[in-house]
Every structure is written in C-alpha cells, then in structure tokens.
Design a protein around this ligand. Sequence first.
Ligand SMILES: *Cc1c(COP(=O)(O)O)cnc(C)c1O
Length: 394
Amino acid sequence: MSALVHNYEPLHVVLSRGEGAWVHDTSGRRYLDLLAGYSALNFGHRHPALVAAVHTQLDRLTLTSRAFEHPLLEPFADALTRLTGTERFLPMNTGAEAVETAIKAARRWGYLVRGVPDGEATIVVAAGNFHGRTTTITSFSTDPDAHDHFGPYTPGFRVVPYDDIEAVRAAIDATTVAVLVEPVQGEAGVVVPTPGYLPALRALCDVTGTMLVLDEVQSGLGRTGTTLAAQLSDVRADLTCLGKALGGGILPVSGVVGRADVLDLLTPGTHGSTFGGNPLACAVGLAVVGLLEPGDLQERARTLGARLHDGLDELRRAGLLDAVRGVGLWAGVDVPDAWGVTGRAVCEAMAGRGVLAKETHGRTLRLAPPLTIRSEDLDHGIAILGESLESLRP
Ligand SMILES: *Cc1c(COP(=O)(O)O)cnc(C)c1O
C-alpha cells in the first residue's frame, strides 16, 4: 500500500518512456497506445514540434499569472480562434474549468442580455454526459459513481435523454440560457447522435434565443476527422469548450472559444485562473494549432478512421463484438453481452499482448489512437484486439 488515494484503477503497466504511438514500461517492454490519454495525446507522445516549443519556452519564461502580460497569449488566442472559426478565446487549464467557464458565460449572458431574473437561469444537459469532476458539473452527471454522495447539488440543470431533440424542446422555457452537450459522447462509449441532432439543436437554440454550448474537450482538435466535431454537421456553436489535446499531451491547456458578445461579458475580476494562458501553455497551444492548421492530421483521422472502423466491423461480423460506434479515429465497442466478459478483462488481455486500451465502463472499450499512428501499427492494434477477444470467447 502506498500513500496514494485509490481513486483510479489503472492497468498494471508502469510506463517510463513514450514516443509517437508507442510507450515502454520500466522493464523495457513496448506497448502500442490506443488510448492516447483519452485524446490528450492526439499528436502522440513527445511530438518533436511540441517538445521543442516547450523546451524553448522553458528556457525563457514559464509563468506570469494574468497580473502581467507576455508575448504569446494574444497570438495563441488569435491562432486558435482562426483555426476554429470563432471570435474570442478565454484560456483555462483543465477541461472541467473550460466547461465551468462556459456555464458562467452563458448564465451571465442570460442575466445581462436576455433578462432572465437573477439566480433563475437553467441549462439543458444530456443524460450520459461527461463534462468533468467539479461539484457543479457532477451535480448533473447521470453516472451514480460520479454523482452520488457529493451533494448538495448545484441547481439549474435539466437532464434530458441524449439525441432526443423533442426532449430538449420540452425542457426549454423562459429561464433557459443554454443547451450544453457533447457533439459525440466520449466517456459514454463514443456515442454518435443521429445526423440531424446537432443541426436541430442549432435551429432550436436560434428560435428560442438559447446558447448552444458544445463540449469538444474530447471530440475536438482533429479526433473526428475535422477540427471540431460540430463541423461534421455544419454546425457552429455559440461557445465551444476545448481541452485535452490543446495541451499536446504535455501540459493541461483548456479554454472556451466562441462569440465575442457573450465571452466579452466576462470582464476583469469576474472570472479567471492563475495558470490559465501561462507562457508554457501558450507555447504548446500555439504549436498544437500549428500542427492542425494544414489539415492533414484531420485528413489522417478520416482515412485511418475508415480503416479502424472497417477492421472493427470485421470483428463484429465475426461475432467478437456486439456493437461498434464512432467517427473518425475514435471508436467505442461493446464486448458481446452474452459472454459476461468485462471491458477490463479485454484490456488486460490486450496489455498482455502489448497493446493498451481502456474500458469506459462495463463491457465497453474506447479506442482513440494518436492521429499520428502509422497505418501498420493501427492494423496491428486491431489484430491484437481481435486476438484478445478470441481468447476470451466463452
Ligand atoms: C475529459 C473531459 C472533460 C474534463 O476534462 P479534465 O481536463 O479532466 O477536467 C470534460 N469534458 C469532456 C467531454 C471530456 O472528455
């Protein structure tokens, strides 16, 4: 027993080195990483351009706090808003903080612009959501592990079924300032809504004067084959939460991009963060934007994603999987229900064969390889998944 709090149940691999899609453990064994830090490592481990940007900045200046200016913050904001087709950027550190920021911005807009009576704003959210771990965010989690015994809960959230536009319509009233959803529910098992859902949400928000807030902390920055998952449906959110890959797998970097008239309501003193937008974070964030600007990584996510989904469909047809979901280089798969085998058992069998993945819950596994993975490595990973499932078939 160590002094560490046991709030995670990691696979028993002790990693000491990583490069690209590969990691080594302390005994020198090599593993292919098909989790990629839950999409924080979209560019693989220690991408040379990202490491170089951080090294350079480390030798100059690491932290100013927002009390003073530094030369990288405004260029980072300009580059990220250009990349995402948005107007403003408010920097934070973790994904949960980005979501908290969007909630605060939407409420403030509701009170100051929409004229909702102070303290009465509501936000419509979806069942199966994962938006982080703060007390407010877990107040509207439908996962008992994340939610229970952490009350009293923050009021003002209405939970409706995911991918059900009529339920959102019924939940919106004069107090509703925002609809907050993931364009693809990652933690829930890579659940992709029906194609009309996001456009219908956009239209409903327009008609009712409600903010559309998309949490793209996991789906954003290339994972789905587009810079933002919302682009797959030609939808533009009012506010978009980014995180995970924004820090290039090196540092926690997050924030909200979106409409100027909404984010500009967060004036000096009303919101902030000691570390948000620090020089190291901006150095890596700028380099991340630089990697995404040409569009070839998004293209890679599309072509390798098709390859991944073809491979997984083959496993499904062979009776090794019940369901395959996903988009781009991102998949959620369910081990056949009748087997009584957990996703965890499959991940352990895979790790024994040198491939790392992680169950989301129950019999569901998530696969999110680095976008930089070589196609032969991807094929290898899929083959090992098949072999591992075969070894557990009752
Ligand atoms: C991971 C995640 C978060 C929370 O990010 P943290 O950096 O862990 O706070 C929020 N939303 C989504 C969709 C996520 O996948």
